[in-house]
Design a protein. Structure first.
Length: 597
């Protein structure tokens, strides 16, 4: 174990003051990374560590040595011995789709299938138990994993879907495969034109193959499927929440349906929501609808709140629908599918920014990133200030930490680009000058590196998944997973960020863009909290911060990359309550009604 760095935790107040608010819980004998002095370019050489922390009313009350923290013990304080285990702030996943992730677990899950034959077998198993006449839904397939990497067609699944209408999304959500029954239900025929910003693949005779590219095309089918009811949504969300907590994720910034948000409100009202949600709203919705939805839920709710507006500039590299400035190297007649006309995008962005909304745009290709930056530049001129970050409540803190260096202060609006995978070289400076946050998912590179250079060519690949270049330009880098496109497991993202190798270590992609583990942890905790205006509430284990922490089976700062991949979560604590434990006999504070503070 590394020696503890206690320079930031020195001043203990009197025992009389300590007895004023005894902690609910004390964690002792730990190796606890607080998050202090973790920021890139922090002058302190070593991030702060402590042995013990005290928790009261869902917040960190104090952090220090075992002896210091034990002085705060009250008659009802629960003592939990960490037995020298490593603990750290919980991960804040800056990009998820929790509703879709949960529903995928209830449908035909094609995640990781290695061939068309395996895909067909999973469909057969599901169909054998399906009620007559119901829609078959699912997703997670990735044809680039298959021999020959050929896209499937409706003819591949028609014989095994037995007349059920069926649609199966590719892993990235930007392509779907529909069978003949689904195409017929949606009236998609040879004469159906391609929707704007989308494409219907066709064979040599002009007949639809079943492959639908981008939302405007896939929605022709999805709009015919009955929406899931509240019970199904709640069941799905609970499955996704369970998955997140088991992987050490204590907060998510989420893009799910409005009906999913209503289900989350019901869970919160029942004191049954144990994961923090920052939910996004659709950029394309009418402004008055967006205002009504924003006003419907308290903005300062620390458990569930509404944040940015999510818009889509393009598709994905895997589907060759990401909008590029020049054609794909492996598809020279194709430059992708931009979703917007620039003038229309800029008008809508300015209108919504003027109403006080944070904006976040999905942009993968270099052309799409440039479009997003153009719109942000115009929106900056009219935007009202985003809500100021709240300061931690340190009234009852008994150990005072020396203030860490201030966080960087990009533009107050904190506009974001989701994915930011490929940039024009000059646009790194534009990110910096506009104060735009790069919200990225390093685990995508584990999947994409086998074909990314083929798509982009060697020159453009130098500016792809460019985490270090963003940090070198002082751009705020927030990390997530895009779950369920990738596993919500954050340790895969950390591994990718520090190695830029696939999980076997056999392939490396543009290694000059590696970053340090400290930088990656910061991006996955404090920078992601900054991206949702919660950096003074989440991401550190300091007095006044929310008591969201995880206990791991190893010190990840001392692990090899392969050991990092194998990391397991022993316990996840949210709001001071143990909400996941690998051990069925683990000590857990009892939930308190109304303790969502």
């Amino acid at each position: 174990m590394k020696p503890f760095t206690l320079t930031a935790i020195l001043l203990l107040t009197t025992l009389t003051q300590a007895q004023k608010t005894p902690p609910d819980t004390i964690y002792l004998h730990g190796n606890i990374l607080t998050g202090t002095h973790l920021r890139p370019n922090d002058p302190s050489p070593t991030p702060a560590r402590v042995q013990a922390i005290a928790i009261a009313n869902g917040k960190i009350l104090a952090a220090g040595t075992d002896a210091e923290i034990l002085k705060l013990k009250g008659p009802r304080t629960r003592i939990i011995d960490l037995h020298h285990a490593f603990a750290m702030p919980g991960f804040n996943d800056a990009h998820t789709h929790m509703g879709a992730a949960g529903r995928l677990q209830l449908s035909i899950n094609l995640d990781g299938v290695k061939s068309l034959a395996e895909m067909q077998q999973r469909i057969r198993i599901y169909v054998a138990k399906a009620q007559p006449g119901i829609w078959l839904e699912g997703g997670g397939w990735d044809h680039t994993l298959w021999p020959g990497a050929k896209l499937p067609t409706r003819e591949d699944i028609d014989p095994i879907t037995q007349g059920h209408p069926c649609i199966l999304e590719r892993v990235d959500g930007h392509i779907a495969l529909a069978n003949s029954a689904a195409l017929a239900t949606a009236s998609i025929t040879t004469e159906t034109p391609d929707p704007a910003g989308a494409k219907i693949d066709r064979d040599s005779s002009g007949n639809p193959t079943g492959i639908l590219r981008e939302t405007a095309a896939t929605n022709l089918v999805f709009s015919k499927i009955p929406s899931p009811g509240p019970e199904e949504r709640t069941k799905a969300l609970n499955l996704a929440i369970k998955d997140a907590l088991a992987h050490g994720v204590t907060s998510v910034q989420d893009n799910s349906d409005w009906e999913d948000f209503l289900a989350l409100e019901e869970l919160e009202d029942a004191h049954a929501l144990h994961l923090r949600f920052a939910e996004w709203l659709p950029f394309d919705k009418p402004l008055e609808v967006l205002k009504e939805r924003r006003a419907s839920h308290p903005a300062d709710d620390p458990l569930l709140h509404l944040t940015m507006l999510k818009g889509f500039m393009d598709g994905s590299l895997g589907s060759r629908t990401a909008a590029l400035d020049a054609p794909y190297s492996d598809d020279p007649d194709n430059s992708g599918l931009p979703r917007y006309d620039q003038d229309k995008l800029t008008q809508m962005a300015s209108e919504r920014a003027a109403a006080g909304f944070q904006l976040g745009f999905h942009a993968i290709g270099d052309r799409a990133n440039a479009m997003a930056l153009n719109a942000f530049g115009a929106a900056d001129q009219v935007a009202t200030l985003a809500p100021p970050p709240t300061t931690p409540n340190t009234t009852d803190a008994h150990i005072i930490t020396t203030p860490p260096p201030p966080d960087p202060a990009p533009a107050a609006f904190r506009f974001r680009v989701e994915h930011a995978q490929v940039l024009l070289p000059e646009d790194f400076d534009r990110y910096a000058s506009e104060g735009v946050i790069a919200s990225m998912q390093p685990s995508h590179l584990l999947t994409d590196m086998k074909w990314a250079t083929d798509r982009l060519g060697p020159d453009r690949a130098k500016y792809a998944y460019a985490w270090k270049s963003f940090l070198d330009h002082n751009v705020t880098l927030a990390f997530g997973t895009d779950y369920p496109v990738e596993s919500i497991n954050p340790f895969r993202g950390l591994y990718s960020a520090i190695t830029r190798q696939n999980e076997s270590g056999a392939q490396t992609f543009q290694p000059q863009e590696k970053i340090s583990l400290n930088e990656a942890i910061y991006a996955y905790t404090q920078s992601s909290a900054f991206a949702e205006f919660r950096e003074h509430q989440k991401g550190r284990l300091e007095p006044g911060y929310l008591a969201d922490l995880i206990v791991l089976d190893r010190d990840i700062t001392a692990a090899t990359p392969q050991q990092l991949l194998r990391t397991k979560v022993l316990s996840t604590i949210v709001n001071g309550e143990t909400v996941y434990s690998q051990s069925p006999n683990a000590q857990s504070p009892k939930p308190k009604a109304g303790a969502n503070n």
